[in-house]
Ligand binder design. Sequence first.
Ligand code: MSP
Length: 648
Amino acid sequence: MRRRRISSLSRSFYVTTPIYYVNDRPHIGHGYCTVAADVLSRYLRLLGSDSYFLTGTDEHGSKIEKAAEASGVTPQQLVDDHAQSFKDSWKMLDIQNDYFVRTTDARHEEAVKKLVTKLHETTTPDGKSVIYEGEYKGLYCIGCEKFLTEKDLTEDGLCPDHLVKPELLSEKNYFFRLTSYLDQVRDLIESGKLKILPKERKNEVLGLLRHGLDDFSISREKVQWGIPLPFDPSQKAYVWVDALSNYITAIGYGDDRTSFDRWWKGSEIVHLIGKDILKFHAIFWPAILIAAGEKTPDTIFIHGYFTVDGQKMSKSLGNVISNETLVELFGVDSARYLLLNMFPFGTDGNIRLDDFFRKYNSDLANDLGNLVSRTIKLTRGNFKGKIPPAGTPTDDEKDLLQFVKSAADRCKQQIEAINPNGAANAFMSVCRELNRYFDAQKPWALAKEGKPERLATVLRTTLEGIRCVSVMAYPFLPEKCRTLRETLGCVPDPKSIGEAESLEFLVEGAELKLDKALFPRLELPDEAVKEAVDSAPPSDDNLISIEDFARVQLRVAEVLEAEPVPKTDKLLRLQVAIGENKLQIVAGIAEHYKAEDLIGKKIIVVANLKPAKLRGIESQGMLLAAKKGKKLTLLTIETDLPSGATIS
Ligand code: MSP
């Protein structure tokens, strides 16, 4: 895919993610865009630009009202709790946003009122009022918070995204005269003044514009949980008008002129979004801004979607992978790296947890981590762990320098094209080139042959190359790069990408301090996917009824026999007694329990599970265990209750 570049750097950028619906819990779909914005923002700074990075939560609307009612809390309690879980997730992923906007913030609400008042007082170029009163009749999907037409529905008349029947709504609404601005929006997009990237998405928007769009309603009568319109408080601002405004209210629209002028008017505005919200961002939002007399965004980048095992992640399918799961499995930096590098930024990608493991091992543990370990090991063995002198470079070192410089340049270009994945490919190519150089120079042989000068040059050059990687990879792997740079005797945070354009930076004689593997190799766990899915927090969609739960027969079982399953490190085969009956269970607990220690224990098992085969052995039940990260403890019964006793 060819990508357009955003204009010259050394400027100000304003980078935003969508604000996430607060009724959901953060998952890797949200993490994807937020980490991308974080990497972009950190990279822009490394390239000498200023950047302001905004994310936040979308907290109004009937969906919240209904969810709060169902959980017996007030809408405010619900949104406070859920907004915090987004903040926690971003903190855990080392996201350095400059501000976190919430649409229930008083500052946001006041600014939205100012914006809609401004629109209400404005007339279109052809002299009509921008906002007018009308009657709305339509099919409304609460899940999407939008009206759907018959064409949008499935054959059974359901919303295609939520598979629920939309409600027929009829109410007095205020409308925004979108039709008066469509030509201007099309001109902006066609001329490239508003860049819609990747290019296919630009064509999609132009297609929508060719098809024609109607004016849209900007208020709701029946919704309580929303911002009242100042000119008619019986109506609440439509959630999308409320939500889109966050991009300007967060930086001072209507209350902090200096900040607003700097970050909105004086910056290159880059909105990162998913494909499902393209129309709102590429058509509605610019039209609102034109009507309000404000600058329109410069770039809207539409990233792809994560699907899991070919399906959209959804709570009801139970295939949601949380950010926590990824961080628990791989650590913060690696989770950031993996999120962004499974597929190009502008395309969809289907993933399984196993793929994350493979990518981690091949890129981080092998190409980068192993390179660092073997270079340090040889430096320790031959130069007492101190950075050796550079010596005289040969053509091999000069070629390597050219390679590194052009990779740094590629990183710049890829960031300009809003392709973080391309920047990561560029620095990973340096790792691979360094490995090739290292293998071709055979420093271990130079040591044996007694050629200390050449050995010094090779090790020094590789260490310098690793330092260059620590600059280019820093926005992705901030903590690991800091460790790496401290090891090499550099300041932890690189100041500029320019540091990756030279192979003469390190201080000769400085001691290398790293004492453990930067990215230890990880084994691919058999049950990774299941574990990830299990860790999805409970939500309205995956609550089960008492009747559902009552179908699960939980029983006390006594372990009669236990033995390791041949050719696996993880599985044990157990024979358990449940009263008079016996069951065979194959369980992935061999890393936590020795077979002989289990005999005689009373554990809890699911006794009415359909049999399944694991490594060819039939397993007729499941045992209960508590698990967090790598720690696992079986649930055992310590009283004299006999085996067969029921658990209820
Ligand atoms: N609240 C609105 C956005 C308002 S912005 C003014 C919203 N929220 S959302 O939580 O449903 O989605 C937020 C973003 O997350 C969207 O860009 C959406 O595309 C993205 N993702 C949600 N699931 C995703 C994946 N599985 N993969 C990648 N991104 C996805 O829409």
